[in-house]
Design a protein around this ligand. Structure first.
Ligand code: TXA
Ligand code: MG
Length: 319
């Protein structure tokens, strides 16, 4: 099927009561137009997602977005012009066009313009904002290719738009913009605090990390992104000392599938979920991931480490 046929089929799918798996640069989303409550409800049902976990709204351009939010400011313009289309979600006060079901009763909404050629063409032609969480079962690993979605959801429920592999590979950075223009990172991602500060250098704003995740980002569960086998993440000077430390801490672990990520955090993010997925399918009893300890405090790794912490049953710096 060519692009246009795929897009037309995807758009027609909503009228047939199906959701559309939306390719984005971060991970695939499970989408429905924001004004279709039955389809929005279907997102929560298919994912087994609790209703207290709000959804992110995806739009093709700023014109589609402006009616959905209040207090759009010159600062928002700067962020949008610099990072969109791209892996940044802005959380702003919502208007009545966005239902409470989408925002889990919050007065704010997360919005972004994703960067995926096919995904954006689809959103443009559809010409309606869509709500889309990651297209995985609740708490499981997010999908970074079409097949990951096909493996989990039935084609009678979900039409999968195949936009190829996701180039970023972990979910967007979520940035809350308060009405008084305070900026708070609610979820780290590949766009870092320094990237945001640099983009706004002349504005004299400070960017903080959320201290109170329970209130500001209700979906930020402690356990998330879980592979189907226990994951041990171990930071050490080199791989052989990581192996030794893990063996002395857990002598009962007989077979381990070891993962190493590339040294470049952008490449590491792109590969992370795919590596965890294939490790889950190995015959080993558990998965061990070695990270060089020098990266432990590096900001460029924060988004990856945030996911690893939640995915791991053991996460430690040993030397
Ligand atoms: O990259 C991404 O953001 C992907 C792709 C599909 O765009 N989407 C994604 O959605 O990661 P999801 O549902 O897996 O994560 C959305 C999270 C929620 O769990 C919550 O933590 C946060 O976004 N969120 C959404 N709306 C919010 C709001 N109004 N206030 C605070 N946090 C919000
Ligand atoms: Mg998710």
């Amino acid at each position: 099927m060519n692009h246009q046929d795929q897009i037309d089929k995807a758009i027609a799918s909503y009228a047939q009561g199906k959701l559309v798996a939306l390719p984005t640069e971060t991970v695939y989303g499970l989408s429905a137009p924001i004004d279709e409550p039955l389809l929005i409800e279907k997102i929560f049902q298919l994912k087994s997602r609790p209703h207290y976990d709000p959804l992110i709204v995806h739009v093709a351009d700023k014109q589609q977005l402006l009616p959905l939010v209040k207090d759009w400011s010159p600062l928002c313009d700067k962020l949008a012009d610099h990072f969109w289309p791209g892996p940044l979600t802005l959380v702003l006060e919502k208007t009545d066009l966005v239902s409470d079901m989408i925002t889990a009763g919050l007065t704010s909404v997360g919005v972004r313009i994703p960067q995926s050629q096919l995904g954006l063409e689809f959103l443009k032609k559809l010409n309606r904002p869509v709500a889309a969480p990651s297209a995985n079962m609740f708490k499981k690993i997010s999908p970074t290719k079409a097949q990951d979605v096909i493996d989990v959801f039935d084609e009678k429920d979900v039409f999968v738009l195949d936009g190829g592999d996701c180039s970023v590979g972990i979910e967007s950075t979520i940035l809350q913009v308060s009405p008084n223009q305070h900026l708070t990172i609610l979820r780290p991602g590949i766009i870092s605090k320094a990237d945001i500060e640099n983009a706004l250098s002349k504005e004299q704003v400070t960017v903080e990390f959320s201290q109170d995740k329970k209130i500001s980002a209700p979906g930020q569960m402690e356990e998330h992104y879980r592979p189907t086998k226990p994951l041990y993440t171990i930071f050490s000077v080199d791989k052989s000392s990581a192996q030794k430390s893990l063996q002395s801490l857990y002598p009962e672990l007989s077979s381990l599938h070891w993962i190493e990520l590339p040294e470049d955090p952008r490449l590491a993010a792109r590969q992370l979920y795919g590596l965890l997925r294939s490790a889950s399918q190995s015959p080993a009893e558990a998965i061990a991931l070695y990270m060089p300890s020098k990266h432990f405090y590096e900001e460029s790794w924060l988004g990856i480490f945030d996911r690893l912490k939640r995915a791991s049953q053991f996460y430690q710096l040993v030397d």
